[in-house]
Design a protein around this ligand. Structure first.
Ligand SMILES: Nc1ncnc2c1ncn2[C@@H]1O[C@H](COP(=O)(O)OP(=O)(O)O)[C@@H](O)[C@H]1O
Ligand SMILES: [Mg+2]
Length: 296
């Protein structure tokens, strides 16, 4: 969930409970909207939408990321696997501005230096992140959650007086279909299954039209059927979005990469750097990878 969305949720909750509406201060000046952030346009003419070079993050001398270099092409879906503690979540923390690296470079397209932007700015230029635990507004309906996500980047006043136009209603309708929640539109989100909450949060991210989506263990805790549907959903986003999917579930990775039939690459992280990269079958046959997984 983005800082904007968190603030919008707090406002909606206050209105819901009849309390004074809080104004967002954390992001200072954020109400002026992101048109003012001097980041320049996203430039992917060189092919890469995300470029990490030599990123090192230390926690008390321990290197959670150790000279990590990685590049994701525009429209690509990249699966990232690796044992617990490999640095997968820390990598997402760096990309989204939550953690600052000690060393290295991180660019969004070829011109936007992510290490110079704050978390809320990074979210507003089109990098959406799905955390491991679903974070939806449980007391709002599914529809209201999506509506809030659509409005979240507007200022307090604008979102309070904002009415959905036909096109926006259509967008919410299409999203409900995409995330398999059309029949649950008027249900309170707190009553959804774990898998449905995960889909709702993905839908909320998509309402904000991100260019790059970061998904941290999106199918953890899902049933087999929910996992399969999630793979279908991600495959339908490929091309129009760039996705980085971190996951342990190898069956899911197999579905996403269609077991290498479409030449999709998988990256294996270990001890904060890239251990191997290639087709799923190639990395699974890689001796170093086998050792890392079986050695534990
Ligand atoms: N804030 C932190 N302070 C100290 N150590 C951390 C912190 N965040 C992560 N780590 C450590 O960094 C390593 C990588 O963690 P993480 O990125 O969460 O791995 P993964 O997501 O691949 O399981 C782990 O050893 C973890 O304990
Ligand atoms: Mg993790």
């Amino acid at each position: 969930m983005t800082p904007e969305l968190m603030a919008a949720g707090a406002r909606a909750k206050a209105i819901h409970e009849g309390r004074p509406v809080p104004t967002s201060t954390e992001s200072g000046g954020r109400e002026t909207s992101y048109g003012r952030i001097a980041t320049g346009e996203l430039d992917v003419t060189h092919g890469a939408i995300l470029y990490l070079d030599d990123i090192t993050v230390s926690f008390d001398g321990f290197k959670a990321l150790n000279a990590l270099s990685l590049s994701i092409s525009a429209g690509e879906m990249r699966c990232i696997i690796g044992p617990n503690g490999a640095g997968k979540t820390t990598m997402m923390d760096v990309i989204t501005g939550k953690t600052r690296p000690d060393l290295g470079k991180a660019f969004f397209g070829s011109t936007i230096d992510l290490l110079r932007l704050r978390e809320n700015e990074i979210a507003s230029i089109g990098i959406g992140r799905k955390f491991q635990k679903p974070t939806v507004f449980e007391y709002l309906t599914v529809f209201e959650n999506l509506e809030l996500a659509l409005k979240a980047d507007r200022g307090v006043r604008a979102s309070m007086f904002f009415r959905l136009n036909g096109e926006q209603l259509d967008r919410i309708g299409a999203m409900l279909t995409l995330i398999h929640l059309k029949d649950s539109a008027q249900r309170v989100a707190g009553l959804l299954s774990h898998g449905q909450k995960q889909w709702l949060e993905i839908g909320m991210l998509l309402m904000q039209d991100p260019k790059l989506l970061l998904l941290d263990e999106p199918v953890a805790g899902m049933t087999d059927e929910e996992t399969e549907r999630t793979a279908e959903l991600f495959l339908s986003l490929e091309g129009s979005h760039s996705l980085v999917v971190v996951e342990h579930d190898m069956k899911f990775i197999g579905e996403l990469t269609q077991n290498g039939r479409n030449g999709k690459k998988v990256t294996v992280l270990h001890e904060g750097s890239v251990l191997a990269e290639g087709l799923l079958s190639e990395v699974q046959a890689n001796e170093k990878v086998v050792e890392v997984y079986l050695g534990r």
